[in-house]
Design a protein. Structure first.
Lengths: 490, 162
């Protein structure tokens, strides 16, 4: 951005601050200023035009510094832009592109893109038809997600939402996709923890963190998700599949509410402004599965929303549920029971994920869901203390094993092919009879799969050549022991 | 009392700059507080709390419009009306390189009155770095007609750096 005098000469327009209301400033003058245009104060701060009247211009200031009345303001004829480019990978930036640490120099200059782009039209969109692997069996087998899906991650505080998101980013970054983590109004420590996780797992070169801290100016925090989406759009146009995590939209809504109330907008439900739905809808609408010049590319958006005491009927919560293609509900009760991830499959929804599954995956999905329903019923039944027959006992016994299989240690991922083979083995009773050792077995199998190329090829071929669960089960029945031996030996 | 802008005409047209306006506004405040200071305070006595020049203008306007100076309520309405009108002036901001004399201000103001009409005040700032000419800021518009700018443009066009 150039200096104040430059814009004064270029635009030949000036305004003076008349009134200051925290982050909102009212000025006179600037007759040709446009909504959302950047304005520059003579003190060096900048802001964005929010609204215009015949006499005054309402400006959102992107600074914590106190603005004095009488300060001169100039318009810039520019709109909020974010620098985009390959150089951003591995960096932590604020929504206007300033990195925490200096970026590596590169011959390719960064390109600037508008933060508030309209969503891509319907003609450039195609059906979601590729499954996006999260590395979490509970999600990949029961609540599958597709590339381009917008799946809400909802749950109370401390129910493992961030952990699941980290696992998803880890899984996707390892597959070479671009992951953008938008930390909205977070504590510095949280941002640092996320960065450390990415660095520890050597995936930072495929990750960009767009952040705003809790103490940052409200205008800056408001821009974070839009900026992150703009960066996601850039990488999509470069021929990459992008995973975008927006953590979290309730905080974003609260900051937007603050801006609106300071701007004296009429408050609606829970004091949120009337356009809060539009504010989030215009953002999430920009994600999806697209046909680009580089083929079918997607922006998969995982917005996070925090609920209070498991209440899904909050204003922002219901708004975002209605905008997304499903939601993963993190249940406090399941978390307390020790389930990891604590996703409740009966309350969670995936509207477009199942259409991405192959025949075998759909079979597994159906079997798993129907078994879990029966298992849930049996568990309730057993609470009455009735004498259990052998059938119920075996269902409960298998249910425990299945739960142990679906539980996953934090920060680990299980490849989808391994998940399918493991499920088939479990279904055929080929894996350990005691639930305690299932975790260790899974860990060992995943490690062999990741390190032994032959085993990896064997499993991948086995899964891709199976058209139905029954077919796979027959193979496992015949060759299960050999396969287990192979997986057990490094 | 006539409820018209005309009763203040002489006072308002005597203003040239925002400094004049601020001074008048301050004096009206003084007057308003002093007429109610004591019960027996006469208006003539209260006029002594402000400058002779302003006191004369106000006195002339009051007597011309037949306002009873014994009635403090009428006086207050008169002064309140005047104060309200002061807020309606538009300001033309001039940044010039010289400290303007009274005549220069008068000439500029006359030009404004003949071209734009009444209701405009000059807000003059001095900046010797401009060398000559003026920067005009009015109604959100900014125009730089200074010698400094002209010279800068010359240097820029000839790619000379100092």
């Amino acid at each position: 951005m150039k200096n104040f005098e430059y814009y004064l000469d270029a635009t030949s327009e000036i305004g003076f601050v008349q009134k200051v209301n925290d982050a909102i400033v009212y000025t006179d003058g600037l007759p040709s200023v446009k909504p959302e245009e950047i304005v520059l104060f003579e003190t060096g701060e900048y802001g964005m035009t929010l609204s215009l009247t015949a006499d005054t211009v309402e400006i959102l200031v992107f600074s914590k510094k106190f603005t004095r009345t009488g300060t001169r303001v100039v318009r810039t004829n520019e709109f909020i832009k974010v620098p985009v480019g390959q150089r951003l990978l591995g960096n932590i930036i604020d929504p206007v592109g300033n990195p925490i640490t200096p970026m590596k120099s590169s011959k390719t200059p960064l390109e600037y893109r508008l933060i508030n782009n309209p969503a891509t039209g319907i003609l450039s969109r195609i059906t979601i038809n590729r499954q996006m692997e999260t590395g979490v069996p509970l999600v990949d087998l029961i609540m599958p997600l597709g590339f381009g899906q917008r799946e809400l991650v909802i749950g109370d505080r401390k129910t493992g939402k961030t952990n699941f998101l980290m696992q998803t980013i880890l899984s996707q970054a390892k597959q070479g996709n671009i992951c953008i983590y938008a930390a909205i109004g977070k504590k510095v420590l949280d941002i640092k923890e996320a960065e450390e996780f990415f660095r520890k797992n050597n995936i930072m070169d495929r990750v960009i963190i767009v952040y705003s801290r809790f103490q940052d100016p409200i205008g800056i925090t408001y821009l974070v998700p839009y900026s992150a989406m703009t960066i996601a759009e850039y990488f999509r146009d470069q021929g990459e599949d992008v995973i975008l995590v927006l953590d979290d939209l309730v905080t974003h809504a609260k900051f937007y509410r603050e801006i609106s109330l300071l701007g004296k907008r009429f408050p609606g439900r829970n004091s949120y402004p009337g356009d809060i739905f539009f504010t989030h809808a215009k953002l999430l609408e920009r994600a999806g599965n697209f046909i680009t010049s580089k083929g079918e590319k997607s922006i998969t958006c995982l917005p996070v929303v925090e609920s209070t005491q498991g209440d899904l009927s909050g204003y922002i919560q219901t708004n975002i549920v209605s905008m997304t293609d499903g939601h993963l509900y993190f249940d406090t009760e399941l978390f307390a029971k020790g389930r990891r991830p604590a996703i409740n499959p009966f309350i969670s929804v995936t509207r477009v994920g199942r259409q991405t599954q192959s025949g075998i995956k759909r079979d597994i999905n159906r079997e798993l869901l129907s078994f879990l329903t029966i298992y849930e019923k049996m568990q309730n039944f057993s609470h009455f203390g009735a004498e259990l027959n052998e059938g119920i006992k075996s269902t409960l016994d298998f249910g425990e094993k299945l739960t142990a299989f679906l539980d996953q240690p934090l920060s680990t991922i299980t490849p989808l092919s391994v998940q399918i083979i493991l499920f088939a083995m479990l279904w055929n009773n080929k894996i350990q009879n005691n639930t305690e050792s299932i975790d260790k077995d899974i860990e060992k199998i995943v490690s062999v799969y990741n390190t032994n190329k032959d085993v990896k090829k064997l499993i991948d071929d086995l899964v891709s050549n199976s058209t139905s669960l029954n077919g796979l089960l027959t193979i496992i029945k015949d060759k299960g022991k050999d396969l287990l031996q192979l997986l057990g030996s490094k | 009392m006539q409820n018209s802008i005309l009763i203040y005409f002489d006072i308002l047209t005597s203003l040239r700059t925002t400094e004049d306006l601020n001074e008048l506004s301050f004096e009206i405040d003084n007057l308003l507080s002093s007429i109610f200071e004591t019960n027996n305070q006469s208006f003539d006595k209260a006029l002594k709390s402000i400058s002779i020049d302003t006191a004369k203008k106000i006195n002339d306007a009051i007597s011309k419009n037949g306002i009873n100076t014994a009635n403090k309520e009428l006086i207050r309405n008169f002064l309140d009306g005047l104060k309200k009108l002061l807020g309606k002036f538009k300001t033309i901001r001039l940044i010039i390189s010289i400290d303007p004399s009274h005549n220069v201000i008068e000439n500029i103001h006359n030009w404004v009155v003949s071209n734009l009409g009444e209701g405009y005040l000059l807000d003059i700032e001095t900046n010797q770095n401009l060398l000559g000419g003026a920067i005009i800021e009015f109604d959100g518009k900014y125009k730089d007609f200074t010698v400094k700018k002209d010279l800068e443009n010359v240097f820029l066009s000839k790619k000379i750096t100092l």
